[in-house]
Design a protein around this ligand. Sequence first.
Ligand code: FAD
Length: 305
Amino acid sequence: MDIRENVPLAPLTTFGIGGVARHFAEARTEADILKALEWARAKGVPAIMLSGGSNVLVPDAGLDALVIHVAEGKSALIDDDLVADAGCDLLSLIRSCAESGVGGWEKLAGIPGSIGGAVRGNAGAFGTEIKDVTIKVRALNGETGEVREFKNAECDFSYRHSFFKDNPEWIITKVTVSLRPTDEAASRHLIDETIAERERRHLQNVRAAGSFFMNPVSPPEVIAMFEKEKGVKSRGGRVPAGWLIEKAGMKGAKVGGAIASLQHPNYIVNTGGATAQDVDELAKRIKEQVLTRFGVELTEEAALL
Ligand SMILES: Cc1cc2nc3c(=O)[nH]c(=O)nc-3n(C[C@H](O)[C@H](O)[C@H](O)COP(=O)(O)OP(=O)(O)OC[C@H]3O[C@@H](n4cnc5c(N)ncnc54)[C@H](O)[C@@H]3O)c2cc1C
């Protein structure tokens, strides 16, 4: 196993922020991940998983750990089921399935990152979540070495949540999704439309980690205010964090090189040279203002490594 030392992590994240990994290994398969974990155990250093890097904030001081970079692996279509290594890029999988005439998950197109990262956070967009197509998740327990297959119902999926988020010792190594036969051209069109719609709503090519906070469950009076102003129904008693941030006067708020995006206030954007400390401080101020104004506590969606 090739273990590198002092590897810069910022270029491996969409934020482009953070220090170096004291130790670093690249893993594509379950066997690679297992070997890397064994190395960490033998050396007595913690292991931290990183895949597409699109939902993480790496500290400025870096990570005194073995960072296991779960990189692009292999995938195979078996009838209408796709079996993919955790590090496979989600958009590439959606596109290649469309070319093979299977789909049903096109609305997830454009969510950056890997299929493993998507399952861990139950990534979703436009009313579709990865849980809707996931039938099986294979995972490895980093503490015991046990390998298990989790059926969908065992993954405890809910809004931006899964069993794996609560139990980080379980590392996702493979995901099986169940798709359906689709017309290739229609599927490709839906993928392109979805990506274009994402661009229309907010810029995608920014140094950020996507939505920094989850949409919180909110008190009835806040929901009523949101529904009256926006003319749309709240989903599951939640109100968009971006709306709360704007109403709390924090849209465009800045700390150092970090800004609460003017286009999508729930995106904290690195305008160039932002540090993790800038992002942390801005996030803290946003949380305070939203709490003061609405009595609602925001929770980070992005993982603070
Ligand atoms: C511009 C932009 C737009 C976005 N839009 C959306 C959106 O519409 N919907 C949405 O849901 N998200 C969105 N996101 C967030 C992000 O793309 C998703 O959360 C994505 O699924 C993260 O996958 P990743 O591979 O990049 O994970 P990473 O960022 O690498 O990791 C995220 C967390 O998962 C852990 N992890 C990574 N791989 C594994 C593994 N194999 N097993 C266990 N744990 C693992 C990491 O340790 C970390 O805690 C957006 C992000 C950006 C930058």
